[in-house]
Write a protein that binds this ligand. Structure first.
Ligand code: FES
Ligand code: FES
Length: 183
């Protein structure tokens, strides 16, 4: 038997020694848009991929991927966070809200309606993140000044509208929500 044949015969009978990558996972439970949710997630997964790929919630957008643009903003216990930087295991025991949870019983949230009425979006890539950030703002400060809106929304970039329509949309939503805030 030639050397080549001997080698081929040896390799054919050899166990597969190519190491498979180990993936460590963790079971987590959290509230997602008001619903109790349990998942087994790889420890290295980020919330953005868990939402978009595992849970098929594609309203949260994937844009810069490095925490700069705000397109992936979701609320974690009511606070805006970049889902592209948040390890999914960190949400264990917490409440996550995405754009899919903003409309209630088929009715748009006043922020969503205001973005439509005031032209706060064009392509829409930034819009879910804008709305989630603005929702957190109005929860903390129901009647923000223009400067307060600008400062709060600084982490949400838009390449389409310019920012005036977004500012107007948030102001309009604040006005629409104000009577409820006083109740
Ligand atoms: S995609 Fe997360 S901040 Fe840009
Ligand atoms: S509407 Fe296109 S990026 Fe903002």
């Amino acid at each position: 038997m030639s050397l080549c044949m001997q080698a081929a015969t040896y390799l054919a009978g050899a166990p597969n020694t190519i190491a498979q990558p180990l993936v460590y996972t963790t079971r987590i439970s959290f509230t997602l848009n008001g619903r109790d949710t349990e998942l087994e997630v790889p420890n290295h997964h980020l919330l953005l991929e868990t939402l978009r790929r595992t849970l098929d919630l594609t309203g949260t957008k994937d844009s810069c991927g490095i925490g700069v643009c705000g397109a992936c903003t979701v609320l974690l216990d009511g606070e805006p966070v970049s889902a592209c930087l948040t390890p999914t295991v960190f949400v264990n025991g917490h409440a996550v809200e995405t754009i899919e949870g903003v409309a209630q019983e088929g009715l748009l949230h006043p922020l969503q309606q205001a973005f439509i009425d005031h032209g706060g979006f064009q392509c829409g890539i930034c819009t879910p993140g804008q709305i989630m950030s603005a929702k957190a703002l109005l929860a903390a400060n129901p009647r923000p000044s223009v400067d307060e809106i600008k400062a709060w929304m600084m982490g949400n970039l838009c390449r389409c509208t310019g920012y005036y329509a977004i500012l107007e949309s948030i102001q309009a939503a604040a006005a629409a929500l104000a009577p409820r805030a006083q109740c």
